[in-house]
Design a protein around this ligand. Sequence first.
Ligand SMILES: Cc1cc2nc3c(=O)[nH]c(=O)nc-3n(C[C@H](O)[C@H](O)[C@H](O)COP(=O)(O)OP(=O)(O)OC[C@H]3O[C@@H](n4cnc5c(N)ncnc54)[C@H](O)[C@@H]3O)c2cc1C
Length: 441
Amino acid sequence: MTEMWWIRRDARLADNPALLGAQEHGPAAAVFAWTPPIDQWSGRRRAHLARVLSSLREATGGAVGIRRDRADNAVLAVAREHDSRVVWASREYSPAGIRAQEAVQRALADDGRELRFVGSPYAVAPGRVVKNDGDEYRVFTPFSRAWREHGWRAPAHAADPDYLAAVDSDVDLEAEAARGDSEDPLAEPVEAREAGVLDAWHEFVENGLGAYAAERDRPDLESTSRLSVPLAFGQIHSRTVLAATGAIRGDAARKFESEVAWREFHADVLFRHPRAQRESLTPVIPEDAWARDDESADAWAAWRDGRTGYPLVDAGMRELAATGTMHNRVRMVVASFLVKDLHVPWQRGADHFRRALLDYDHAQNQLNWQWVAGTGRDAAPYFRIFNPESQAAKFDPERRYVRRWISELDTPDYPSPIVDHATERAASLADFQRGKALRAG
Ligand SMILES: Cc1cc2nc3c(=O)[nH]c(=O)nc-3n(C[C@H](O)[C@H](O)[C@H](O)COP(=O)(O)OP(=O)(O)OC[C@H]3O[C@@H](n4cnc5c(N)ncnc54)[C@H](O)[C@@H]3O)c2cc1C
C-alpha cells in the first residue's frame, strides 16, 4: 500500500522523519499544496519557494507533486488517487500551521484515512520545555538551559530519492519563479538546492564558526551562517545543525547553539500565546503614545526607503530591499528606530518585514519585533533604546557596511537626520513612565 508524505516546511531528503515514515512500507506518494495564502506572499518568497520545490522535484526524478489548492483538498485528492490510508507530516505550531493541519486531519478522517505526525521544524517541539511545575519559561536564559537539558534526537538518515511514486502536478514552478522575480527582484540569487545548502553549512562549520562568537555582531563582516532562509523553508533541520555544532568544543559553537535556541524559544512563545502574532504580550506604553499613521506618513516612508539620515538604519533598509535579508544587529537597530524614535507600532514594522524578508518566519519575526519593542516575553526592557550612531561606531567601525549600501553617503545628496535621537529617546522614556504609572494606578 502506498503511504504519503505531505510536504510542509520540510522540502528536503536528509533528516526528514515524515518522509522516512511514509517510505516504510513502499514507495511514498508526496505532495506539496500551493495554497491561496502562498499567492499572497511577496514575489521574492514565492520565487524562492518555486526554486526550492523545483530542486526537490529534480532530485526525485520529478516524482513529487505540486498542487494548486487548499491543503485539505490537495492532500485528500492525492491520497485517493494513490489509495493512501496513512499520510505522514511534520507538525506545525503556528496558528496558521495548526489550522491547516486540523483541516487536513478532518478531511482525511472523514474519508477513513489518517494523518500521522512525526517531528516538527524544531529540535525540541514547542510546548515541551517546561519548568518542574509544568509551567512555561518566560525568560530566555533558563529556557535555553532547560532546552539543552531536554536534548534532541540525532539526525535521521537521508531518504532514498528514487523510492517515491510519481504524483501529477498542476503548478508551473518555472513560471511561478519568473513571476515572483519580475514582481520583486533580488540583487543576488539565493541557494535553493538542498545539496548546496548542506555544502554551505559544512563550509561554515569548517571555516566560519571559529570566529562566530567574536564577529557575529559585525554587519561589515560575512561572519554569520546565513542559515535562516534554509531553516525557514525547511531545507535543513536544526537537528542537523546542532549535531554538527555539538561535536565542536568552545565558545563559538555554544554561542551558535544559543542563537538556534532563540528560534526555538520564539516558536514556543507563539505556540503558547497565539495572540502574540498581533498583540503586545506586555503593553508597556499607553495606546495614545503611538504615532497615528497619518502623522507618521513621511517618517514611515523615510524609514522604509532608507532615507532617515541615520546611516546604519538606512543601510539596513536598503540591504533588505535589495537582498531580502538584513544582518541581525541591524534588524535590531532599524526596529528600535521605528518603534522608539518614530513611535510607530511594532506591528507595522513587522508587516513591512513580512513583505521584504526572504527568511520570513512568522514566529521569529513577530517575536523579535516584540523583543525589540520591549513588549515580548523575554523583552529587552523598553527603556533600553538603541542609539543608531553608537551602534554604528561599535559594529561598523570602518563604515564599510554603510558605504556598501549608501552610495551618496558623505555627499550633499544624503539627507540630514529626520529626527533628533536624543529628543525622541526622551519622549519614549516619558511614554514608558506614563505607561508604568497607568498600570500601577
Ligand atoms: C526585528 C527582527 C525580525 C526578525 N525576523 C526574522 C525572521 O522573519 N526570520 C528569521 O529566521 N529570523 C528573524 N530574525 C532573527 C535574525 O535576525 C535572523 O535569524 C538572522 O539575522 C539570520 O542570519 P543568519 O542565519 O546568518 O544568523 P546566524 O547568526 O548564523 O544564526 C544562526 C541561526 O540562529 C537563529 N537565530 C539567530 N538570531 C536569532 C534571533 N534573534 N531570533 C531567532 N532566531 C535567531 C536563526 O535561525 C539563524 O539562522 C529577526 C530579528 C529581528 C531583530
